[in-house]
Design a protein around this ligand. Structure first.
Ligand code: GDP
Ligand code: K
Ligand code: MG
Length: 285
């Protein structure tokens, strides 16, 4: 039987556990992540010749590894390398929820979005054109209502499709869709990516583009991982010089610049695919 490992991730309160229960029924295992008291919930769903092994990750807003929940979620994804991430989004608050989604996508692991709470979104007059949103983000989307268990089969179908498309090479090292950060930052990223690629041990562990971005953002955990795998200080020095250059050039911290560009990209995608209707209009249509 084929075993697929699927991380259920998303912001706190987006409905991950509700959806997890709807998908896996009563077959749960609850424990802790190694060394910490953060709860780890695992469950299995069997369909046809496939065993879907779901892991309900702690709710987080970002992968910056500032809080223990972020560290747990990030380490799980980077070190355990799930086959697929199902990112559960609160459809009533898409922009904020998509920020995390973009970070998963940048990791190069196949991502599927469950647009959850679509009942609440509809009640608020938020109309999501999921086809347009899916095309502009380059991510498959499935509408769900966790509390009613609706959309569960569609998620499993979507997992099957994504898995068939991504059979090779190893998930973590594949580069998918990513946003462009403008000529100057792209140039710095390119130099860093080329340098990282020459370090075969380090480059083999993580997606190169993602690493280059994280180093440019001065992400402390990414620097720690770099030091774990390479003795050469060249990547670190180049990254630090590049972020200092960006700080000066833009007059702002490189982490802020990169974050703003991600939000700009999300806002653009959401603007094209969401309509808000007033209740008066809503009752007519
Ligand atoms: P988690 O923090 O992401 O695990 O979120 P939970 O699964 O604990 O859900 C948070 C709250 O949202 C609970 O009260 C759920 O009953 C509720 N909820 C989950 N999914 C939906 C949904 O699709 N629609 C609505 N209206 N409520 C939902
Ligand atoms: K709620
Ligand atoms: Mg939960």
């Amino acid at each position: 039987m084929k075993d697929l490992r699927i991380a259920l991730a998303g912001n706190p309160n987006s409905g991950k556990t509700t959806l997890f229960n709807a998908i896996t029924g009563a077959h749960h295992k609850v424990g802790n992540y190694p060394g910490v008291t953060v709860e780890k919930r695992e469950g299995i769903r069997i369909r046809g010749d496939r065993q879907y092994h779901f892991i309900d990750l702690p709710g987080i807003y970002s992968l910056t590894a500032y809080s223990i929940d972020e560290v747990v979620a990030r380490d799980f994804i980077l070190d355990e390398k799930p086959d697929i991430i199902v990112d559960v989004l609160d459809s009533t608050n898409l922009e904020r929820n998509l920020y995390l989604c973009l970070q998963f996508q940048e990791l190069g692991i196949p991502v599927i979005c469950a647009l959850n709470m679509t009942d609440e979104a509809e009640a608020k007059g938020i109309i999501i054109d999921e086809k347009t949103l899916s095309e502009s983000l380059g991510i498959p989307l499935v509408k769900t209502i966790g509390t009613k268990g609706s959309g569960v089969d569609a998620i499993l179908d979507c997992i099957d499709n994504v898995q068939a498309e991504h059979a090779e090479p190893p998930a973590l090292l594949r580069h998918t869709h990513s946003i462009a950060y403008g000529d100057e930052i792209e140039l710095k990223l390119k130099v860093l990516e080329d340098l990282i690629k020459t370090d075969t041990v380090f480059a083999g562990k993580y997606p190169v583009r993602w690493l280059a971005e994280k180093l440019l953002e001065k992400d402390a955990n990414a620097f720690e991982r770099l030091k774990e795998h390479t003795r050469s200080g060249q990547i670190e020095n180049t990254a630090r010089e590049a972020s200092i250059w960006i700080d000066k050039h833009y007059g702002k911290d490189s982490e802020i610049i990169i974050t703003e560009q991600r939000y700009g990209y999300i806002r653009g995608a959401v603007k094209e695919s969401i309509r808000i209707v007033k209740h008066a209009d809503f009752s007519v249509t």
